[in-house]
Write a protein that binds this ligand. Structure first.
Ligand code: ADP
Ligand code: MG
Length: 401
């Protein structure tokens, strides 16, 4: 789960990291009021979960500013805020349709001498959380990381002990902080590591961490992603969820206990078990197709879940064919066949379906599907299933109308 910049900053502030003063608003009129309250030049920052806002643009607005706009004069606040609230913001991470903005952070504009990158992720290779830092932070960090990966400093952190003072100090020196800046930077590193570890983040990022000409050190931007499997022990974080920012199909699936991820292809997949779902996606790609989603109905899916899963799959207009790939282990094939038949009676399928069943009671399951009279193409094994569904999707694409 992701949260907004202003929420991430509140967590950092509570952990002892200084952030610029900011007020969250929901309309242009409120933005003007916030400007007056701050009483200095501000930056209007569109609150969306996607990154790259500064370099983004508002779709069809004809304006040449993005989701982070410096404003000096009161007159400008209302007109700029109107654009932000009216047009979807398109960034590298939103996709071409962009993301509607419903909250704007009116933030005290900082004087910036230097921009630094500071982040923390779980590094699977090391098996530990790792603090990453780069003296060349800011909006070009992806380019720096691609061009000169050696400039990214990495420090592994023991999750029980936390970030150690000597580790923070070493990073502060390597990042070229001077004098009073050193303890200020260390304090922010400790705050970031504290929030990351205490709240079960999978990513926490301050980019940029800025040094002002007076030597203050501030977290100017903040991004956080939390481990969904740990959210049950952080109701305070769960409360920060903004459903407007989440994929509607994924939300709907989560409510029915289905693991669903939207992808960009045209073959819908209904599979039981995450490992089988992964190999299903692989084999579809291998045979020249492209999955529209990852959908794991789990080990004990019932009729209602299968019905809801089919509804979700078929609601996606890009889906041109569906592969149901079930291994009857915990769940027996005849039970899943009954669920599929029942689901089909409720959800009228508009695209071809290929079904591969294997496992306990497979003969009974296959016979039930055969006898049902439903328009399902049976497959004998994974390869057969993948070839058939890829062919069905292609045919559907080429059919006129
Ligand atoms: P994003 O990473 O989504 O583009 P940021 O908050 O990092 O958004 O903003 C992009 C850039 O805008 C920053 O690198 C910084 O140069 C500038 N910026 C952001 N907030 C402020 C601020 N409060 N004062 C001055 N400049 C800012
Ligand atoms: Mg940023």
């Amino acid at each position: 789960m992701k949260i907004h910049e202003f929420q991430a900053k509140e967590l950092l502030l509570a952990a002892g990291a200084p952030v610029p003063r900011g007020i969250v608003v929901s309309s242009p009129a409120e933005a003007v009021k916030a400007f007056d309250q701050i009483g200095r030049p501000v930056v209007l920052k569109a609150q969306i979960h996607a990154g790259g806002r500064g370099k983004g643009r508002f779709k069809d607005s004809g304006k040449d500013f993005g989701g982070v706009k410096y404003i000096k004069n009161r007159d400008e606040v209302g007109t700029v805020a109107e654009v932000i609230f009216k047009y979807p913001l398109v960034t590298k991470q939103t996709g071409a349709q962009g993301q509607k903005v419903s909250k704007v952070l009116v933030q005290d504009a900082a004087d910036i001498a230097r921009e630094i990158y500071l982040g923390m992720v779980v590094d699977r290779a090391v098996g530990l959380p790792v603090v990453m830092a780069c003296a060349e932070g800011g909006v070009e960090i992806e380019e720096v990381a691609a061009r000169s990966p050696e400039k990214i400093l990495k420090v592994a952190v023991d999750p029980n002990a936390g970030l150690q003072p000597f580790q923070a100090r070493r990073l502060a020196f390597e990042l070229d902080f001077k004098g009073d800046e050193v303890p200020r930077a260390e304090k922010i590193m400790h705050a970031l590591a504290r929030v990351f570890l205490d709240k079960d983040c999978s990513l926490a990022e301050i980019n940029p961490l800025v040094v002002t000409p007076k030597g203050e050190v501030l977290a100017l931007d903040a991004k956080m992603t939390f481990d969904d499997n740990a959210l049950f022990r952080h109701p305070d974080i769960e409360a920060l969820r903004d459903e407007n920012e989440e994929d509607a199909a994924e939300l709907r699936a989560a409510r029915s206990g289905l693991s669903f991820i939207s992808l960009t292809g045209n073959i819908g997949c209904l599979v039981n078990g995450a490992g089988l779902a992964m190999s299903t996606m692989d084999i579809i790609q291998y045979h020249g197709g492209s999955p529209a989603n990852f959908l794991d109905v789990g080990g004990g899916a019932n009729k209602d879940q299968v019905t809801e899963a089919l509804r979700i799959l078929l609601a996606d207009q890009r889906v041109k064919a569906v592969l149901i790939n079930i291994f009857g282990g915990i769940m027996k094939c005849d039970i899943i066949a009954a669920a599929v038949i029942a689901a089909f009676k409720e959800v009228k399928p508009r695209v071809p379906f290929v079904v591969r069943l294997e496992g306990t009671n497979v003969a009974e399951g296959r016979k039930m599907l055969e006898d049902s009279g439903l328009n399902l193409t049976p497959a004998t094994d994974l390869t057969d299933a993948a070839k058939k569904v890829v062919a069905a999707a292609k045919e559907c694409l080429h059919r006129p109308g």
